[in-house]
Design a protein. Structure first.
Ligand code: HGY
Ligand code: MN
Ligand code: MN
Length: 418
């Protein structure tokens, strides 16, 4: 049995090996320029999953896949009846995504495993590296769907029946890429879950800090809203006879933006997409579908904003003289992170001499949902200018190394605790 936590403070991950993996991943599902276009359950997502599973098997891990495609790669410990300590994040990206959002957390976890293998270090509890399905919600809303199903927020049938803009069904796409697993959604016990993720904000870089310890997350409310009007000719139809779905959507889009400014600077309010039919010259659209995303660090204010959005939805239908319906709603936010695990991260960072700060996450993460059922904590690493959901997302190897080391030492401590 190798060292299990003895002389391990000199233990460091091989950051060059991790970078090789990150650069290899960056070639799978290339975007328009330097980033990625690898939405969940796309062919590229399937290819990336296959590569990841291959790397896991090469590292001696046993791989299982659950019924929504979450991948669990396991390294046995010395006491395998104990639930595993897990690391992970997501490999799917936005369609104009960066190379590191989510991917660093999955491949960073695999690098931890490889380092323990190299040094012949065993742990008391087993370890797992997890790839959650559809974190981004780029094709199938809501986001964090795989982790949400794992945490019991969504039923299996509901997830499998979600469709994308082309009417492709989640369950069919999962079959098509070969990741409709047979492992049950519930009952996959985890002892702890640590998620390493780029900050997706400018604070760590601006303060020259290599690590953020995430104490909570902005509360977010999302809704998919549909407007139903009537097609008509844009020439002969008098203004008082129109039922233009795009006008209803436009009133809502402007109102959502105003609500964000009303609660500025801490609020975020966005209409991120619109679909329209027929969306052609000379004919009024009779159907519009918009997705609204509002966020705030305080739940009370986020709920107030959500109430104002609901009022704006009704008002937009009235002013646009069209019918309006909220077809889907979701929320996420996190004040469920484990204080024990947060304290462990702080202690380990101090022991390792890694400067760090506590901070909130403004983006959503799989860890938000996992935290509902498993003791969970998150580690942030710096990203340039905070640029993200943008192909120019960029991180530096040296700046990222400490956070990956912290992940490894926290996992080791947690896996070997009595
Ligand atoms: O919505 C989010 O914040 C995450 O990127 N899915
Ligand atoms: Mn992410
Ligand atoms: Mn993202």
């Amino acid at each position: 049995m190798g060292t299990s936590g003895g002389q391990t403070n000199t233990l460091e991950v091989d950051i060059d090996r991790l970078w090789r993996d990150l650069m290899a991943s960056a070639k799978i599902g290339p975007g328009r320029t330097v980033g990625l276009n690898r939405p969940a359950l796309s062919t590229a997502d399937g290819e990336m999953r296959d590569v990841f599973v291959g790397w896991c098997k090469d590292a001696g891990l046993s791989v299982s896949v659950d019924k929504v495609g979450n991948i669990f790669a396991r390294r046995d410990g010395t006491e395998n009846t104990l639930p595993p300590v897990a690391m992970g994040s997501h490999l799917d990206t936005q369609i104009a995504g960066g190379r590191y959002d989510g991917i660093l957390g999955v491949l960073g976890g695999l690098e931890v495993i490889r380092t323990l293998n190299d040094r012949n270090i065993t742990t008391r509890r087993p370890l797992e590296v997890i790839c959650w399905t559809n974190e981004e919600g780029a094709r199938f809303q809501p986001p964090m769907m795989g982790a949400g199903a794992f945490a019991g927020l969504h039923t299996l049938d509901w997830v499998l029946d979600q469709t994308d803009d082309d009417g492709c069904r989640f369950g069919d796409e999962l079959e098509r890429i070969g990741y409709a697993g047979d492992a049950k959604l519930s009952g996959h016990d985890l002892d702890t879950y640590f998620e390493l993720h780029i900050e997706q904000g400018p604070e760590l870089e601006a303060e020259g800090l290599p690590v953020g310890i995430v104490t909570g997350g902005f509360v977010a409310f999302g809704s998919q809203v549909q407007f139903q009007g009537e097609t008509a000719h844009s020439g002969p139809t008098p203004m008082d006879k129109r039922r233009n779905a795009l006008v209803g959507a436009a009133y809502l889009i402007a109102a959502v933006n105003d609500i964000g400014w009303k609660y500025h600077p801490d609020a975020r309010s966005t209409t991120t997409r619109i679909q329209l039919w027929p969306n052609r010259y000379g004919i009024l659209p009779d159907w519009a579908d918009v997705t609204v995303d509002i966020r705030h660090p305080e739940r009370k204010t986020a709920e107030k904003m959500a109430e104002e959005v609901r009022a704006a939805i009704a008002e937009a239908g009235r002013k646009g003289n069209v019918d309006v319906e909220v077809v889907k709603e979701w929320e996420f936010g996190c004040d469920d992170f484990s204080t024990d695990c947060i304290d462990l991260l702080r202690t380990k960072a101090d022991e390792l001499g890694i400067p760090h700060k506590d901070m909130l996450s403004q983006a959503g993460h799989d860890a938000y949902h996992v935290a509902k059922v498993v003791p969970t904590a998150m580690i942030f690493s710096p990203c340039r200018d905070g640029t993200t959901h943008n192909e120019n997302e960029h991180i530096e190897k040296e700046d990222t190394h400490p956070a990956v080391n912290l992940l490894m030492h926290a996992v080791l401590e947690r896996a070997n605790r009595s």
